[in-house]
Design a protein around this ligand. Structure first.
Ligand code: F6R
Length: 607
């Protein structure tokens, strides 16, 4: 959570930082601030609320500065007001810092510093960092930062500047992402590539306990003792346009419409000559055959993808699979018989709960594989093998295209395992790959449902609650539909396995309750019909997702959404699309902020 941008060079400092912060505002957007160094003097501006409150300040200012640091916040300690916004300064204003993460021992550090005469202004954990750096300052900012970090417990990506060492920016990382962008006569720091990709594609990814010192013309990376390290620079393939709205009103809508392209690109990356391959899985045939159980762990939408993975892996590869929510996984008593592998699923690759599980699993000598979108993220680097989900940058806080990309990659992974274990035959693999080649076109067809969903959204936008039901491989789709709706429209919504309704939730149903029923053709179709009848008998308002050509629902509801026919295993990749569009249009109807819903952040780097 929280986004950091820093810049040293000849360009207009506030503009570079503000554009970067705008691109990072999916990481947090409750307040923001900038410090710049002009003539060896630090000036700071902070505003609560959305970033435009800060941008407005600079419309009438001409700031001539040599370097600057900026921050967009997702509050952890202290309410989102101006005082708690970053940058934080030490009392004599000689040091200014921005921080992403949590300092767990801040209370005791603060007390010690207060006893030494330091006066604190904010309620944040982060302010203590500025005071500590000031406390340790002798003659070099990097020495002071490295010494201060030895006292810090918790996670941080932090960036500091000082009037006493005014021509450099110093940053250090422990648990929260930080990247360095190398320009021609300037240098950049950010929480994520999107923030600076319009300036440079030459990126250095900082590891934990690495400190970087930027001047206009140099980038020096050291360890915590000050020894210089040789770091590789990587050239990034993403284009600046990938992080733009491209004519769409919102990133979420753009990302929904990118899905056919994403799916085409994944298919071409992983399928060659009718064989599935994963370049970065690092798993030979012998090790593969030894895996006797998968334990999947993930959060939110990625967890829903994990629930579907269980169906596919057990069906195709015949390997028992458990699925845990990451924040629960760590605290259960995991039993091992020595043949398990842990799978992490994460778009950002930085979700703290998921990362913590991976570390826990590795400490217990489990093999760890991950499905990750962001290359070089912590989960990518710390897993034994990776499957990149290849959805390109996802900026909308509500995950859409990456969920679909996760599903397709997991589906391919299940077939790959099944084929290797011979639980999937040559002919079955060929048939399934043949069907997959149609998938992008089927998704295009689902996108043509947009106008119908706009109308349905208008009709139901004033509802206070929603229920989503599904069975089998479409039960997780019900959970995903409910999550999409609640996170961007603030309507209370919940997903259930349809057979579970009668065990309690059916009491909620009356004539005011919309129920979204996922009922494409499947093994549980007849059972689903019975559950839908039970809802109908209690006057529930039915919105039905069914397979094209199925006229069984004509007298049950006016709102039937037909997705193209396909095998039941592919239905989750189609049925979720109308649910994404439904939640998008309801959010628009209600005037909510689609891309930046309240209280959320895209990359959840706190546990
Ligand atoms: C919901 C959503 C979140 C994320 C969750 C995990 O639309 O995006 O629920 O899925 O925070 O994030 P990642 O996948 O980055 O680990």
């Amino acid at each position: 959570m929280c986004g950091i941008v820093a810049y040293i060079g000849p360009k207009d400092i506030p503009s570079v930082i503000l554009v970067g912060l705008e691109r990072l505002s999916y990481r947090g957007y409750d307040s923001s601030g900038i410090s710049v160094m002009s003539n060896n003097d630090i000036t700071t501006w902070k505003k609560s609320g959305k970033l435009f409150n800060l941008s407005n300040v600079f419309k009438t200012l001409n700031v001539n500065a040599q370097l600057g640091i900026g921050h967009t916040r997702w509050a952890t300690h202290g309410v989102p007001n101006e005082i708690n916004a970053h940058p934080h300064l030490c009392p004599n204003k000689k040091v200014s810092i921005v921080h992403n993460g949590i300092i767990e021992n801040y209370a005791s550090l603060k007390k010690d510093l207060q006893n030494k005469g330091h006066i604190f202004r904010s309620e944040t954990d982060s302010e203590v960092i500025a005071h500590l750096i000031d406390h340790y300052f002798v003659d070099s900012l990097e020495d002071a930062v490295r010494r201060a970090c030895k006292d810090l417990e918790g996670s941080y990506g932090l960036v500091a500047i000082s009037e006493q060492d005014p021509n450099k920016i110093v940053a250090i990382r422990n648990g929260s992402p930080l990247i360095v962008g190398l320009g021609k006569q300037d240098n950049y720091l950010a929480s994520d590539i999107n923030a600076i990709i319009n300036h440079t594609k030459d990126i250095m990814f900082l590891e934990d306990d690495e400190c970087v010192i930027l001047t206009e013309n140099t980038v020096t990376v050291t360890d915590l003792s000050g020894n210089t390290l040789n770091k590789e620079t990587q050239h990034i393939a993403w284009s600046p346009e990938d992080a733009e709205k491209g004519g769409y009103e919102h990133f979420m809508l753009k990302e929904i419409y990118e899905q056919p392209t994403v799916i085409r690109s994944i298919l071409s990356k992983h399928i060659n000559d009718n064989k599935i391959n994963f370049k970065h899985l690092n798993l030979d045939k012998r090790s593969l055959s030894k895996i006797g159980r998968f334990i999947i762990q993930a959060c939110g939408t990625s967890w829903h993808a994990g629930l579907i993975a269980k169906y596919w892996i057990e069906k195709f590869a015949r390997i028992p699979t458990e699925v845990d929510i990451s924040s629960e996984f760590r605290y259960r008593h995991l039993l091992s018989s020595g043949n398990e592998a842990v799978i992490g699923i994460s778009q950002s690759g930085e979700t703290a709960d998921t990362l913590a599980c991976i570390r826990e699993a590795k400490s217990k000598f489990f093999k760890v594989f991950s499905f990750v979108n962001v290359k070089n993220s912590s989960i990518d680097r710390e897993s034994d093998g990776v499957i990149y989900t290849h959805s390109g940058p996802e900026i909308g806080v509500a995950s859409t295209k990456n969920y679909l990309a996760q599903l397709l990659n997991i589906y391919l992974f299940s077939l790959y395992f099944g084929f290797s274990k011979k639980t999937v035959s040559d002919s079955e693999l060929a048939g399934r790959l043949d069907e997959l080649s149609q998938l992008p076109d089927l998704i295009e067809k689902c996108l043509q449902l947009n106008d119908q969903l706009k109308v349905i959204a208008k009709k139901y936008a004033s509802s206070r609650d929603f229920i989503f039901i599904g069975r089998g491989v479409n039960y997780p789709t019900a959970l995903e539909g409910a999550l999409k709706l609640k996170e961007i429209s603030y309507i209370h919504s919940t997903g259930y396995p349809a057979g579970e309704l009668k065990h309690g939730p059916i009491a909620l149903i009356d004539a005011n309750m919309p129920i979204v029923c996922l009922c494409p053709q499947s093994d549980t179709y007849d059972k689903m019909i019975s559950n839908i009848q039970e809802v109908k008998a209690r006057d529930g308002k039915l919105i039905i997702i069914a397979s094209e050509g199925d006229d069984s629902f004509n007298d049950m509801s006016e709102d039937i959404i037909y997705i193209p026919k396909c095998s039941q295993d592919l239905t989750p990749m189609l049925s979720v699309i109308p649910l994404q569009l439904l939640s998008y249009h309801i959010s628009i109807e209600l005037g909510c902020n689609v891309d930046q819903p309240r209280n959320l952040a895209k990359s959840v780097t706190v546990e």
